[in-house]
Design a protein around this ligand. Structure first.
Ligand code: PNS
Length: 169
């Protein structure tokens, strides 16, 4: 056999990593766009023992599974340690990251170069939909905590989970 089909794995995989505490419409937009470019898209939820989030890792994963259920090629998993190791273990050659603004670029470039230097994994930057260029999980939590309307910024199940969690707090 000649051509690309003879060259190792034919499945094109990518990972969308993050804290996802919780997933927002901005994340979802990047994941959805990645599903159209790759055969398999892993959503990798970072376990950070040093930082307690609003949602437990299992809750974040469950929310992501629910809001990505229409995409048959999305897998959601937790990871700890280095992202490049997660990629190596699953034969994932590409990391997909959304860039909201120029201010994201400095740190993202550093991480992309570090990751590439470690294992050769590539990072692909996708410009965030301008509708979500100001959006972050932290801001969503802050606005929601003080009763602000975030219904246009997160999927309905996430909104419900936020309301429930903040009522408990
Ligand atoms: O949603 P976040 O918190 O901005 O996501 C950051 C994340 C998870 C993508 C980044 O912190 C990461 O890749 N962490 C894993 C640890 C790692 O590989 N560190 C070296 C990066 S060069």
């Amino acid at each position: 056999m000649t051509g690309p089909e003879s060259e190792g794995s034919q499945v094109r995989r990518a990972v969308c990593p993050g804290s996802f505490d919780p997933i927002t419409n901005g994340h979802l937009d990047i994941i959805a766009r990645a599903t159209r470019l790759y055969d398999e898209v892993y959503v990798a939820v970072m376990i950070n023992k040093a930082k307690k989030g609003l949602f437990e890792i299992d809750e974040r994963i469950e929310l992501i599974r629910q809001v990505t259920s229409e995409y048959a090629n999305v897998r959601v998993e937790a990871f700890h340690g280095l992202l490049v190791d997660f990629c190596k273990q699953r034969d994932i050659p590409a990391i997909v990251k959304g860039l909201r603004a120029v201010s994201d670029f400095d740190y993202e470039l550093q991480m992309a170069q570090m990751n590439n230097g470690l294992t050769g994994v590539e990072t692909l930057f996708v410009p965030t939909n301008p509708t979500y260029s100001f959006l972050s999980s932290s801001l969503v939590k802050e606005v929601a905590q003080w009763g602000g309307d975030v219904s246009h910024l997160v999927p309905p199940v996430v909104l419900e989970a936020l309301r429930k969690r903040l009522r408990q707090a």
